[in-house]
Design a protein around this ligand. Structure first.
Ligand code: IMP
Ligand code: MG
Length: 178
């Protein structure tokens, strides 16, 4: 990620209340789609924790939760080996419905690779639920199944998202100015 000098926080893009409302809508969709089934929600640390907590509170299914840490490297122009799982899930997902809960899809590299890697474990299905989608940043073709909000080409902070580990605790979504 490029060096940034200015760290002024811009306007509020989405308030806590708006995010909560959107998580309810998405959770309703998920609950309908998987009615009568179990799902494993896998949150990506650390950015997705607040969105994950909203989604898990609103999904009305029989759920298990787990967490994964994946870091991407490389240019994002090829599809394999660009993601390192530095903390794996402990859940056996074989034959299960999996929903990855992510903070933001930017280049698409992390998610595309993560889905590929988890698919090797033969789950019943894998869906991706991201709080934010930044289509302008895409380097590989990737489309999340559930999208909270689509954002412009901005560096987003707050509600789990950081700049240099700061601002994850902001109870709203904003961006860095400059
Ligand atoms: P990717 O580029 O789609 O692989 O996204 C990788 C990760 O970069 C995301 O899961 C975020 O943790 C981080 N990221 C991407 N865009 C932003 C941003 O605007 N603000 C903060 N983190 C970001
Ligand atoms: Mg992330």
């Amino acid at each position: 990620m490029a060096e940034r000098k200015k760290t002024t926080i811009g306007n509020v893009l989405y308030t806590q209340d708006e995010i909560w409302k959107r998580s309810k809508e998405i959770s309703k969709e998920i609950s309908k789609e998987f009615e009568g089934e179990k799902v494993v929600l896998i949150g990506t640390l650390r950015g997705a924790i607040l969105w994950m907590s909203d989604i898990m509170k609103n999904v009305t299914l029989d759920t298990e939760i787990d967490f994964i840490v994946a870091s991407s490297y490389g240019s994002g122009t090829t599809s394999t080996g660009l993601v390192k799982i530095t903390k794996d899930i402990e859940t056996n997902i074989y034959g299960k419905n999996v929903i990855i809960i992510e903070d933001i899809v930017d280049t698409g590299t992390t998610l595309m690779n993560l889905v590929e890697r988890l698919n090797d474990r033969n789950p019943k299905c894998i869906k991706v639920c991201t709080m934010l989608d930044k289509p302008s940043g895409r380097k590989v073709e990737f489309k999340a199944d559930y999208i909270g909000f689509t954002v412009e080409d901005l560096f987003i902070v707050g509600y789990g998202l950081d700049f240099d580990q700061k601002y994850r605790d902001l109870p709203y979504i904003s961006y860095l100015e400059g």
